[in-house]
Design a protein around this ligand. Structure first.
Ligand SMILES: C[S@@+](CC[C@H](N)C(=O)[O-])C[C@H]1O[C@@H](n2cnc3c(N)ncnc32)[C@H](O)[C@@H]1O
Length: 443
């Protein structure tokens, strides 16, 4: 649950705002194809942090409309067990549906909650003045910035690779120290998110589809500490404007559950709809990809905490050694796939891949089983999933999950292609991997 419990619109002391609804929100950028993410960064809130795995809010609207038509009444509540950047929950606020979201990554959970929160008039403006007014003094007190972070974090004698030049790291640490002194928990979270979200842009790295890479020629081009001020100020002003502009959206309440959806799905209340996209079993490790934000935002303070976070994520990657034990599956497609993966084990880039894939489906079954118990009669699941490929063996994720869902008692309503992604070289070449929108219903 959120630090201070679910926040409700009743708690908002802000003055009345113009009611801007879902269409106002999504039309303020180029139209895009359903569930591609091509234009997502241009839309309000979704540009706070580029999240390339996000789906389009139109998918949520479609799910709400179709479910309402089937139920013969409005959809009251919707869950997302894999919140990410918060697309489902935010779209629900615009669609007047009560959202409940689960997210294990504390930076992403804060990002979601900062978007969903309502901010009393003046609170962000006052807090921004305090932060900017105190940061210079705070910087004088910074001695060893981010000292508990991995060795490659900050420039130091003898290091030939590091993510932050020392003056940049000192400035970031000074902002962070001041933000943590802010009295109001909502303002503190908002500015923590703003700061963490700009850190990659002032680092020596960039994030590609395959993780973190150093910028070409970064050693010859030190980043100036003033870049931190510029990026932070721009981000805060843009986001504050959006918060104000859309402060009158149809609803402002939400529930956010911070932690592992394999357990927390059982804490959800009864609801009508679940719209989500889980991690794919393709070894993309979200803890690693958001590691810079996690450390600079103060979400991690030791290597042990980093490992514990990875342990709580879905078993969709092999980045750490962990238990991939499973129970026998009911899916004939999965049994066949695991058998094929075992046959090519000697040429896999990690020998634990067959067990990881098996464990991934057990985790997904666990979440689906939990949702099945929490969805009302006529309730639906809309789930975007992606196939994988290892050493030429296809992992047909949509097919396996369809078999598992049917076994759990869901009625399978649809399986439609929705976008495609390139297979990484590790996954056996350049062929396209399918992404599928699966729709299930509870009787
Ligand atoms: C594909 S992203 C979701 C994207 C989201 N639909 C959006 O539009 O932004 C999957 C998310 O699942 C989260 N996740 C991974 N394992 C989890 C777990 N065990 N419990 C809850 N969230 C988890 C990841 O941190 C990541 O944010």
């Amino acid at each position: 649950m959120s630090e201070e419990g679910p926040r409700a619109s009743a708690a908002n002391t802000a003055s009345p705002k113009p009611t801007l609804g879902f269409d106002d929100w999504v039309q303020e950028r180029t139209p895009l194809l359903l569930s591609t993410n091509a234009g997502t960064p241009e839309i309000a809130f979704q540009d706070w942090k580029r999240f390339k795995e996000a789906f389009a809010p139109e998918l949520v609207k479609r799910a709400v409309d179709e479910t309402a038509a089937d139920l013969g009444r409005t959809v009251e509540t919707c869950s997302d067990p894999f919140g990410g950047s918060g697309t489902t929950a935010l779209a629900c606020q615009f669609l007047n549906v009560a959202p409940s979201t689960i997210e294990v990554n504390p930076f992403l959970a804060d990002l979601i909650e900062a978007k969903l929160s309502s901010y009393p008039d003046g609170i962000l403006e006052d807090a921004f003045s305090q932060v900017v007014g105190r940061v210079d003094v705070a910087e004088r007190a910074v001695s060893a910035p981010f000292s508990s972070a991995p060795a490659t974090f900050v420039e130091a004698e003898g290091k030939d690779r590091f993510l932050f030049w020392l003056p940049v790291a000192r400035r970031l640490a000074a902002y962070s120290d001041v933000i943590e002194t802010l009295e109001d928990v909502i303002a503190r979270r908002f500015f923590r998110v703003m700061l963490a979200s700009i850190t990659v842009s002032v680092s020596n790295a960039f994030i590609s589809g395959k993780g973190r890479r150093y910028r070409r020629g970064w050693q010859a081009r030190p980043v100036d500490a003033s870049a931190v001020d510029t990026a932070f100020h721009d981000a805060c002003l843009r986001a504050t404007y959006q918060v104000r502009r859309y402060g009158g959206r149809p609803r402002l309440d939400y529930n956010i559950y911070r932690g592992d959806s394999r357990q927390l799905v059982h804490s959800l209340g009864k609801h009508d709809l679940s719209v989500f996209s889980p991690p794919y079993p393709n070894s993309f490790d979200y803890t690693d990809v958001y590691n810079i934000e996690l450390w600079t935002g103060g979400y991690l303070s030791s290597g042990g905490a980093n490992r514990r976070l990875r342990e709580s994520t879905l078993r969709s990657h092999v980045q750490i050694k962990r238990s991939f034990s499973t129970r026998p599956t009911v899916s004939p497609t999965l049994i066949r796939t695991i058998d094929q993966l075992r046959q090519v084990r000697s040429v896999l880039w990690n020998s634990a891949i067959p067990e990881m894939v098996d464990a991934y489906f057990e985790d997904m079954r666990c979440v689906l089983e939990g949702l099945r118990a929490k969805l009302s009669s006529g309730g639906r699941v809309y789930m975007v999933v992606g196939d994988s490929r290892y050493a030429g063996v296809d992992v047909p994720v949509a097919a396996v999950l369809t078999e598992e869902a049917a076994d759990l008692g869901f009625e399978v309503l649809g399986s439609e292609p929705c976008r495609s992604m390139r297979a990484s070289p590790q996954q056996g070449g350049r062929a396209e991997l399918a992404e599928t929108l699966l729709t299930f219903r509870v009787d």
